[in-house]
Design a protein. Structure first.
Length: 247
């Protein structure tokens, strides 16, 4: 389909228009005769599935209108997340958090969780292959020391249960008294923002039910700060994928 002499210029124009309008950040692209690769940075509220639909739909419309080409796309797509560091570095970073913040001793062992049943891809999809991994960080209200080893294991079970309902799989969790790191794999129809809110809201209700005495003692009735960090990670870094597409 893309062997048409006008196709490369048309693809570039449409992709740039869509990314500008929808606030996607286009980092790199690579076009061959039968497929298109894009390296795109999305906002937390964006979903991969809606982004793919937007790009494919706009390209199909313009190819039909300007080149009279129908049936531009196959039904599926492939999507993989990447980040400034690769997945193994992200995992090691989460695992080292307890030691990094100066905590030691046997009591700290329950503060680290590595899911023994986690495999990737964690989800099977009918018409696409998606491997989407996120690193989330949540900070307690006013950075109060809220969590300890007595809460940790039960909290990890709570987050895993939320994942089963909200379509994310837990890979790693690192818990500190005043913040928490979570590595998850998600699905293309759910945004990182939705995952963050699901974890924040459900763990707050859980703490209110199970550990109201701790909340009363610390004054951390909101449990979490209203802001959070979320970033993508993957087997390859964004810089590596960028070099691959340029090459």
């Amino acid at each position: 389909m893309f062997s048409h002499p006008r196709a490369p210029c048309l693809v570039d124009n449409v992709v740039e228009e869509v990314c500008g309008r929808e606030k996607y950040r286009l980092l790199e692209s690579n076009l061959s005769d039968d497929h298109l690769r894009l390296l795109v940075s999305l906002r937390p509220e964006h979903t991969v599935s809606a982004t793919v639909k937007m790009l494919k739909g706009n390209l199909q419309h313009r190819f039909r209108k300007e080149l009279e080409i129908e049936g531009l796309w196959a039904k599926g797509y492939f999507a993989r997340s990447s980040g400034t560091v690769d997945l193994e570095r992200a995992r090691n970073y989460v695992d080292r958090q307890v030691k990094h913040h100066g905590f030691s001793g046997d009591w700290t062992k329950p503060l680290k969780y590595s899911n023994p049943s986690f495999t990737s891809p964690a989800f099977q999809h009918g018409h696409n292959i998606s491997i989407l991994k996120y690193h989330l960080v949540f900070v307690t209200q006013e950075r109060l020391a809220l969590f300890d080893e007595a809460i940790a294991l039960k909290l990890f079970d709570c987050i895993s249960a939320v994942g089963s309902k909200r379509q994310f799989a837990v890979d790693r969790i690192g818990l500190l008294p005043d913040h928490m790191h979570v590595l998850i794999e998600g699905v293309p129809t759910v945004s990182p923002q939705e995952y963050a809110l699901a974890i924040v809201n459900n763990t707050q209700h859980w703490m209110e039910r199970k550990f109201s005495g701790v909340l009363k003692e610390t004054g951390a009735w909101n449990v979490w700060q209203p802001s959070y960090y979320v970033g993508t990670v993957g087997e390859y870094t964004t810089a590596q994928i960028d070099r691959f597409l340029r090459g």
